[in-house]
Design a protein around this ligand. Structure first.
Ligand code: ADP
Ligand code: MG
Length: 711
């Protein structure tokens, strides 16, 4: 009947999906046909780019169109292995093709038959060889798909299985939902969006680059629109929550203890907090400001006010190391005012944790500082008054809801180090009041920024060693995790722009290889490597020994903890800087220059030699140091995708706790604005979406807690 019903079909109903496969799918949150269809490819094999054998790409994979020349022969090897072998040719040469352990293939390749093969072509003595290439029979009357999807996998699932199940899912969707679309027609036509069924088919199995672009635009719009609906609904629906008013908001004693005077922006922020907290409705405020602008002291003021008024406060940070840093700062400062702080982290013994829980529950502890674990059931505040969450983009809408639910009567303050443009902040956090700290404390040094190409490598190495020799520490950030990680998809989603054009990308510097290269080059220093696939505990361990100065050079993907303060870090090198958005680069630059050392940021990219947006970004970084200005330019240049991506964690692509599948690729600020405007006006028509059940279902799906994660 309606799309809703069909897409809710249990995945087990798909032909060939049994209990085991269904359980595997469930691990990554796929339970229904609709869930499966929302499992978008992470890239494509560019099989439409058919070349002659002689023009094959010797590094990556190539598509070739060959005619079978010899009857396939089967050879039996040791260990019961079998080998199917035959030759095939095109006008430029002849290629020997082999498959292992697939004896049935001998009957697939008749002499004279034409096939498109896709794989690595290697040169051999008398021609070429290909080992186990993918193959498709070719007929001149029937075009073969130019782009072949490559899916994110999880253990127990192969590309082949997903592709096969996806085909069944697409057939179900196509047959039963023809004409159904949850987006109102007027909105669809106003923004020239294709219908949803076309989009789903073409994201999985694109007819052409332009169909793929149309599909992407529609699906991105859907995500943004659904997100906007959800955010706006949660903003209007919930009446202001009650909270305990904190009438006494005098913080002069705290201010006297500070070794500095508050900046104007900090003062304004503190005033806003005071005003909010004095009310009997819950404060719901976010402080936004560049790294180092001094958000912590504003939070300290809020905490002090809560405690002064007889309440308790909880402060949450995304990692143990950040929680520990906050504890170290705050318990000294607030301790002088008689405020009792405690640190609750995973590395404590069970007995220690129980003791803290007891002191928090009895009200003896005024302030408890920790990670998300503070949300766990054991932590009950006797007199809840304030919850502070640091680095808000790591905490989602959902977690905020849990937080609010658990801490009824509490005021809420979140802090974010990602300066985002005003328009976007309104859209993304419509239900939060925002305080912008757009002024740095006086005397802050500027991190001199340079953009260089590969030609500077030797000089750069000398520079690294010079910094380390004089006691400094170095961050090196690379975009990729491992060499060849994406070997199986030669076109990543990221490589294709909104118009369906393939972006030319420079080869990636591999973080793994680079780390070992540097370790060889500088055996006298500790060089460590950090990446997103490591266990949080291992990451924290490395980050901690870097913060303690033991590790001198830290090579990493972009997972460097956002707020971690390493005062001796004075050099930030970003490899393949063309791969990063302006805001990300600015965030990375903010990791250095946090102590007394003169600090530098070096952006390494051959893109500085080519006119284009990448070069423009690199030049902007050299000339602009204001996070908010950079954010505005980023939005104008790249669209909102970079912000949605969040800057912190590449494995969890989320914003406000909602996982985006494609919207992070959005390079069109206009589309984002449109999605938000349309959401507003649709909600004016139908505030609870009761007239649009399909949309309501989408919103619900997006805003319920994650069912699983993808490796
Ligand atoms: P962030 O906004 O990144 O959380 P912090 O709160 O950690 O920044 O502050 C960074 C540093 O700036 C801290 O060492 C803090 O003591 C210092 N600081 C904060 N406010 C001021 C100020 N008004 N004048 C001078 N230094 C300040
Ligand atoms: Mg901070």
């Amino acid at each position: 009947m309606s799309e809703l019903n069909t897409l809710n079909t249990d995945i087990k109903k798909l032909y060939g999906v049994g209990k085991v496969r269904a359980a595997t799918y469930a691990k990554i949150g796929i339970q229904t046909v609709g869930d499966l269809l929302a499992h978008y490819p992470r890239g494509y094999e560019n099989r439409g780019d058919v070349r002659l054998l002689k023009d094959a790409d010797t590094e990556g994979k190539t598509a070739v169109l060959l005619t079978v020349a010899t009857e396939p022969r089967v050879a039996r090897l040791k260990n019961r292995m079998t080998l199917v072998k035959f030759r095939a040719y095109d006008e430029s040469g002849i290629c020997e093709i082999t498959y292992f352990n697939q004896e049935y293939l001998r009957s697939i390749f008749p002499v004279g038959g034409e096939f498109r093969f896709y794989g690595k072509v290697q040169r051999a003595k008398n021609g070429y060889t290909m080992s186990s290439p993918a193959y498709e029979p070719y007929s001149p009357d029937e075009a073969l798909a130019p782009l072949f999807p490559v899916y994110p996998l999880t253990e127990g699932l192969s590309q082949k299985q997903i592709s096969k199940d996806m085909r069944s899912a697409l057939i179900i969707a196509a047959y039963s939902d023809a004409g159904e679309d949850f987006l109102p027609d007027d909105i669809r036509s106003k923004y020239s969006l294709c219908v949803r069924s076309f989009a789903l088919r073409n994201i999985h199995s694109p007819d052409s680059f332009s169909s793929l672009a149309a599909a992407r635009k529609r699906l991105i719009f859907d995500e943004l629109f659904t997100f906007a609906l959800g955010v706006s609904m949660s903003g209007t629906k919930s009446a202001p929550a009650p909270a305990v008013p904190c009438k006494n908001t005098d913080i002069s004693l705290l201010e006297k203890l500070l070794p500095y005077a508050l900046t104007g922006a900090q003062r304004r922020t503190v005033d806003e907090i005071k005003r909010d907290m004095a009310k009997d409705t819950a404060m719901n405020r976010m402080i936004v400001g560049d790294v180092g602008c001094g958000k912590t002291v504003c939070a300290a003021a809020a905490i002090y006010i809560a405690v002064k008024n007889g309440r308790q406060a909880a402060l949450m940070a995304p990692t143990e190391i950040l929680a520990t840093q906050h504890y170290n700062d705050l318990h000294v400062l607030l301790g002088k005012l008689g405020v009792h702080c405690e640190l609750l982290i995973g590395s404590l013994t069970a007995a220690q944790k129980r003791a803290i829980h007891a002191r928090v529950a009895s009200g003896e502890t005024d302030v408890v500082i920790g990670t998300q674990a503070l949300l766990s059931a054991g932590v009950e505040l006797a007199r809840p008054g304030l919850v502070v969450a640091d680095e808000q983009h790591r905490f989602g809408v959902n977690q905020r809801a849990v937080l609010a639910e658990k801490n009824k009567l509490s005021h809420m303050l979140v802090m974010s180090a990602t300066p985002i443009p005003r328009s976007l902040a309104l859209a993304m956090y419509g239900n939060l009041d925002v305080s912008r700290i757009d002024e740095m404390p006086p005397g802050r040094q500027r991190v001199d920024t340079f953009a260089v190409d590969e030609g500077y490598r030797d000089r750069l190495n000398v520079f690294i060693s010079k910094q380390v020799e004089s006691g400094g520490q170095v961050y090196i950030v690379c975009p990729a995790v491992e060499e060849g990680e994406d070997e199986d998809a030669d076109l990543l989603m990221d490589d294709i722009d909104g118009e369906g054009r393939v972006k030319k990308s420079l080869p990636l510097k591999s973080a793994v290889n680079y780390a070992s290269e540097l370790a060889d080059k500088f055996p006298q220093y500790h060089v460590a490597f950090l990446h997103g696939k490591m266990k949080p505990r291992d990451k924290d361990g490395i980050m901690k020994s870097f913060a303690e100065g033991y590790i001198k050079v830290l090579v990493s993907t972009t997972v460097i903890e956002v707020g971690v303060n390493v005062p001796e870090a004075c050099l930030m090198i970003v490899e393949n800087a063309e791969r990063f958005g302006l805001s990300q680069l600015h965030q990375l630059r903010g990791r250095v220059g946090r102590g007394k050392r003169k600090s530098y940021c070096v952006l390494v990219s051959d893109a500085i030699n080519t006119e284009g947006k990448a070069k423009e970004r690199l030049l902007t970084m050299k000339s602009c140091y204001d996070g908010f200005e950079i954010a505005e330019r980023d939005l104008a240049m790249r669209g909102p995708g970079d912000f949605l991506k969040g800057n912190a964690d590449e494995t969890v692509r989320q914003s406000g706790g909602v996982k985006f599948r494609l919207a992070e690729l959005c390079d069109d600020a206009g589309l984002m604005r449109a999605a938000f405007e349309e959401a507003k006006s649709l909600l004016d028509r139908s505030p609870d979406l009761s007239e649009f059940p399909g949309l309501a279902a989408e919103v619900n799906k997006m805003f319920t807690l994650e069912k699983g994660t993808i490796n």
